[in-house]
Design a protein around this ligand. Structure first.
Ligand code: NAI
Ligand code: ENO
Length: 354
């Protein structure tokens, strides 16, 4: 059985590399940090993701640099070490093709992709728990060493993720759907706000915040991701274009409501298919809205009271009411716990709305 003993060398100590280092640190695995930008490696070391110099040869190398450079760094690490080499890039076809163009022997290379991240980048955005409960795709190619595949699985598990194995091609189609298209849609929606009057923006609520969160992602990184996965993405964009055309035609005519309803119903059917947290099937959660005074200690008291009701808070949102010294906290719980939660919170003096 292949065990992850370390050391693990991480090349690219930005958001993903630093998070992997921090996660492995929880288990005491020795991590070596390498980055083309010495400031980033130093920063990652300072926040505890590993050490810039490790005297023992790595058992595993994780390449966590932007997609355009992944192939060349994989080939370089295969040449410089006897280690298994994996990468974390958001696309899997391009790194493989680029590495193949440099070296013939890719037996020790196994691609992978943690399906967790954020709109932030750089080592300071790194978090030890980034991958806890996330899915981590492993994408062996035709000549990948099965022991290497095992070792990369151990890496993902050590970072707290659950693994899914799939082909490189299938992976790139899947992420076009669940990651790359949502990124472009978020950017397009956010782009319409650039010239919006501030009076309009003041009406922003949670909906627009949800839809535009990932629009804040690094354009440099995403240009590389989108360009590398353009064939899979183009098909989806054409589908959206056709649906937009149909919607526009309908909106100019009398039968708009029918087409709009069809678009919205299709959306509901698609949204319920997105798995819930920890990769479990989607379950409907019930949200309870609690108004809290904007004072220190109120959130802690609310969580303690929620816990006393026996409800597990599955999700959480906090909003500030403009111009009012209160916050609105939305607690999402399983349907079976909602009555008890509302009863206990009301009893303890909270202003609760369903
Ligand atoms: N940002 C996200 O949410 C996710 C990103 N990924 C993938 O992880 C990889 C890294 O992304 P982030 O950590 O977000 O980027 P980042 O911008 O935070 O970090 C990238 C790091 O790589 C370094 N670097 C660039 N070229 C290098 C080279 N040739 N050799 C050594 N170091 C080099 C940079 O100096 C930087 O420190 C990308 O391939 C991305 O597709 C995967 C999952 C999520
Ligand atoms: O911030 C989010 O919600 C993300 O979905 C982050 C993300 C970005 C790129 C990936 O390849 C995987 C995950």
């Amino acid at each position: 059985m292949t065990e992850l003993r370390g050391p693990v060398r991480i090349v690219g100590t930005g958001l993903i590399g630093t998070s992997i280092g921090l996660a492995l640190g929880r288990l005491g695995v020795v991590v070596e940090l390498v980055d083309a930008d010495p400031e980033n490696a130093l920063m990652a070391e300072r926040i505890g993701a590993g050490a810039r110099s490790v005297q023992i040869e790595p058992q595993l190398v994780v390449v966590a640099v932007p997609p355009d450079h992944v192939g060349e760094v994989i080939a370089q690490q295969l040449r410089q070490t006897d280690a298994i080499v994996t990468d974390a890039a958001s696309v899997k076809g391009k790194p493989l093709t680029d590495a193949k163009a440099i070296t013939d022997d890719l037996t020790r290379y196994v691609g992978s992709h943690p399906m967790a991240g954020s709109e932030r980048n750089g080592p300071l955005a790194g978090r030890a728990d980034l991958f806890d409960g996330a899915t981590w795709a492993i994408t062996p190619h035709a000549t990948s060493d099965p022991e290497g595949v095992q070792l990369v699985r151990r890496l993902a598990e050590a970072c707290g993720a659950r693994t899914v194995e799939m082909s490189v091609e299938d992976h790139d189609l899947a992420v076009a759907r669940v990651s790359h298209l949502p990124q472009l849609m978020s950017s397009l929606a956010a782009g319409t706000l650039v010239d919006a009057p501030s009076a309009h923006l003041e009406l922003s609520g949670q909906g627009v915040r949800d839809v535009t969160r990932i629009a804040a992602s690094d354009p440099g990184l995403w240009t590389q991701i989108v360009s590398a996965n353009s064939p899979a993405l183009s098909g989806l964009l054409e589908q959206i274009r056709d649906e937009l055309d149909r919607l526009l035609v309908a909106l100019s005519k009398e039968e708009a409501a029918e087409e709009v309803t069809a678009v919205l119903h299709r959306g509901v059917s698609g949204a319920v298919r997105v798995p819930g947290k920890h990769g479990t099937p989607h379950i409907d959660l019930v949200t309870v809205l609690v108004t809290i005074p904007d004072r220190p200690g109120q959130l802690a008291r609310l969580f303690a009271d929620a816990a006393a009701s026996g409800a597990n808070v599955e999700d959480l949102r906090i909003d500030h009411s403009p111009g009012r010294p209160v916050g609105e906290v939305e607690l999402a719980v399983k349907p079976g716990s909602v009555d008890q939660l509302v009863e206990v919170l009301t009893e303890r003096g909270w202003s609760v709305h369903r």
